[in-house]
Each structure stands twice: as C-alpha cells, then as structure tokens.
Design a protein around this ligand. Structure first.
Ligand code: 7TS
Length: 422
C-alpha cells in the first residue's frame, strides 16, 4: 500500500511503471469472450487467474516429472521430491521465514487455520479461556475457533469495528487480558478491504505473552508479507489467490510453537516409525504433511511467486491502489450506490449496494455484459450484520485489471440503475 493513489492515471501505462496490456497477455483466460462481450474479471478476492508460466509448470510436471515424493528411490521420485522441497524454499524466501522448515504445505487458508486450531489451539486452550478474533473475519477464521472453543469450554471474544470498517484498537487493548490465549486476525478483509495493523497488534498481544494467528489470504497477494517484520506466530495463505493453483496453501509458524505441536492428521509421510503399540512422528514440517501432498500444486505455487517477484510486490500494491482509487471515484458517481468499507488503509476490494437492486441481481445483470463480480455475504455473515446488510456486490481487482474495465463495470451499473428506475 503506497501513497501513489493520489496521482492521475495516464492510460494503462500508469506511473507505477506497469505495462498492463503486456501483462494481460500472459493470462490466456483474459482473452476469453463471455456472452459476446470481452471478459471482465473482477472477482479476484475469490480467486485470481493464472499466468501461462504457472499453467506451463503444471503441464510440465505431469508430462515429464510425475512421481510420488519422499519414498521412491528412483530417478523421477528424487526429482519430484527435490522440486517439492525447492518449492518450500521458494515460499520461505517469499515470506522471509527464518527457515524453510517453518513452511508447511496445506490445501489452503481454511485447512491452515483448522490445523492451528486443532493442534496448537486444543493444546493451549482450556475451560474459561478466551480466543480473540475481529468483526472482519472470514468464516474460516471464525468457525475453526468456535469448534475448539466448544470442545474446550472456551469463549470467543470479538474486536469491534467503526462504521468505516476500521478495527477499534482501544477496544482491542481492553479485550487483551490474562484469559486471552490466542488472537486470530485477518490481515486484510475479503469483504470490505480493510487493512489491519498487524505489526502493532502483534506487538501488543506479545507484550501480554499472547500468540497471534494471521489469516493472510487477502494480504499475501497484494502487499509484502515478511514474517520477521510482522512477527506473527502463525500466518496462512492460499495459492489460488496469488496466481497459483487451487488446493495448495501455506502455513507458516514460529519454531518455538511448531516444535511441540501434536500432529493434525495421521498417516504416511509424517512418521519416523510405527508399531501397533507406539508411533513416533517426524519433526516439522513433515509431521504436519500426512499423505501424498499436492506436489504439482507446490511447484505451481513456486512459479506463481516467481511471477509476483518478477513484477514486484510493491509495484503490484501501487498499481492496485491506483485502480481502487479510480474505481472508488467512478462508482461513487453512480446514483444510489453506497460503498461499504471506507477505511483509510484499504486493499483493492470495492463492496457496494444499490438502492434499487439486490446484490445477486447486480451480479446477474453484470454477468450479461461479461463481467464477473461476487455478490452475497462473502463468507463474512457477522460483518454483514454489523454493516446492516445481508450482503453486498463486490468488485475485487488485481494487477491485470484496467481503467477501461472499471469504466465498463461502472457503465453496466448505470444501466442497472436506469433499468430499475423505469
Ligand atoms: N480468509 C480470507 C480472508 C479469505 O478471503 C478466504 C477466501 C479464506 C480465508 C478462505 O480461503 P480458502 O482458499 O481456504 O477458501 N475468500 C473468498 C472470497 O472472498 N470469495 O471467495 C473466497
């Protein structure tokens, strides 16, 4: 998130130095036509599209390398094992983890949070303890904690937000107490885009000896996430939201916690020795990766991170902020449109409602023009309730979205307003 959004946008070659049209050409799906319209994909918070380089490595892996890992003593198995472990190192460099051993491959953010909740959470939380989350959370950072709370007799506490969608840090401080055993926060809200001051919040929790779990599903694709700078205890993100494949994600954890955490799932690949009487487990990360993992997915994710680093995460952040600024301006001029989420620190997520039309109607209308947005509660029902709506329409932008696309969405929205006003 930079401050460059105040500057005027000059064509698509904007001041963040990106040639967006050249970049778009690397995403084959963007050339698609939908219902005889050019395809406008602004549902990037749900999942991003994939560049050719990611598609190619998946293809190459299955064409040329496929074998199971960590077991076969044969040529391809060794190659596949090496590629999988190299992908782990690639992720560690991307998030600046002190060691690649702290990178655990999971299916995605949801599985990563469940893993932490069911291992670390169950180990740590006892009857009467408190788990602190925020109003902004996605269901996948609420429900896993409710499951633990129910099993252990603990209580969920919630940090409130103001009407702009900004966390109330005074309330946060007041909620941190000797019963708080875990803080679990989303770094960026998927529904309204608020960027949460994680560094500050980690520091305050740590002053009271409380570990912090960060849901980075919406931050890793859009801003630098440096584990040593954030100093969080766990961090989770999904490959598919950062130009990588579905079914692969990352759980990072601090060494001091991972060392003593019990396994999440049992099976092959996570044991040192098994007898019917007693099983000895591997150290981490192997201990948490039972069964055959998504080998191709990890390699695809590494290629996606190469892509992000080639563009530069700071340039991505600057460009997306400009697009958000432009879209906010354009959408604000539409009669009867109200934007939800106006935090000063925001990612490129624009949630809105129209006086005339239900969010689902908005998305159905936009779809007729080849525009993909998301409508509904965005898996954040408690947040919707706080905002006083049952759902919103949401345009979420990525590096390949252009000003022309924003204009198309705005034109389509104006058509909807006219249609319902008739
Ligand atoms: N946390 C946040 C903040 C998210 O945005 C999402 C997915 C998840 C967790 C779950 O990620 P998964 O990869 O395990 O499914 N968010 C969205 C969304 O906004 N629209 O579709 C999925």
């Amino acid at each position: 998130m930079t401050e460059s959004s105040q500057t005027a946008l000059g064509g698509n070659r904007i001041e963040s130095g990106l040639d967006v049209h050249a970049l778009r050409a690397r995403f084959p799906i963007l050339a698609k036509r939908i219902r005889d319209n050019s395809f406008v994909y602004v549902d990037n918070a749900a999942t991003t599209q994939k560049p050719q380089s990611v598609i190619d490595v998946l293809n190459e892996y299955y064409t040329d390398q496929n074998a199971n890992i960590h077991r076969g003593i044969h040529y391809l198995s060794e190659q596949a094992t090496e590629a999988y472990e190299e992908a782990r190192c690639r992720v560690a460099r991307f998030i600046n983890a002190p060691s690649e051993r702290q990178v655990i491959f999971v299916r995605g953010t949801t599985e990563g949070i469940n893993l932490v909740a069911q291992t670390f959470g169950r180990q740590r939380i006892r009857s009467g303890d408190e788990i602190l989350i925020s109003t902004l959370e996605h269901h996948s950072n609420i429900v896993p904690w409710q499951l633990v709370a129910e099993a252990q007799g603990a209580v969920i506490k919630v940090i409130p937000i103001d009407d702009r969608g900004v966390l109330d840090l005074e309330a946060y401080r007041a909620l941190l107490n000797e019963r708080t055993r875990i803080v679990a926060l989303s770094h960026v809200s998927n529904a309204i885009g608020t960027v949460v001051p994680i560094v500050e919040m980690c520091r305050e929790a740590h002053q009271k000896g409380i570990p912090v779990v960060v849901d980075g599903a919406q931050s890793a694709p859009h801003m630098k996430v440096d584990m040593q700078a954030l100093d969080c205890d766990f961090f989770v993100f999904s490959g598919h939201k950062i130009f990588g494949p579905t079914g692969i994600g990352v759980l990072y954890g601090k060494d001091e916690w991972l060392r003593d955490m019990p396994p999440y799932e049992g099976g092959g690949g996570m044991i040192q020795s098994v007898t019917f009487e007693k099983t000895r487990f591997l150290e981490f990360p192997g201990r948490f990766e039972a069964g055959t993992p998504h080998i191709a997915g990890s390699i695809g994710l590494a290629a996606a991170l190469d892509f992000v680093e080639e563009i530069g995460i700071d340039k991505i952040a600057a460009y997306e902020e400009e697009i958000l600024h432009y879209a906010t301006e354009q959408f604000s001029s539409i009669d009867g449109l109200r934007i939800l989420g106006t935090a000063p620190q925001k990612a490129a997520v624009l949630s809105f409602v129209l006086d005339e039309a239900h969010p689902h109607d908005i998305s159905t209308f936009l779809d007729q023009d080849g525009i993909a947005i998301r409508a509904g509660h965005h898996c954040a029902q408690p947040l919707m309730k706080r905002l006083g709506v049952s759902g919103t329409a949401r345009a979420s932008f990525s590096i390949y979205n252009t000003r022309e696309e924003v204009d198309k969405v705005a034109d389509s929205l104006r058509k909807i307003v006219r249609f319902f006003k008739r």
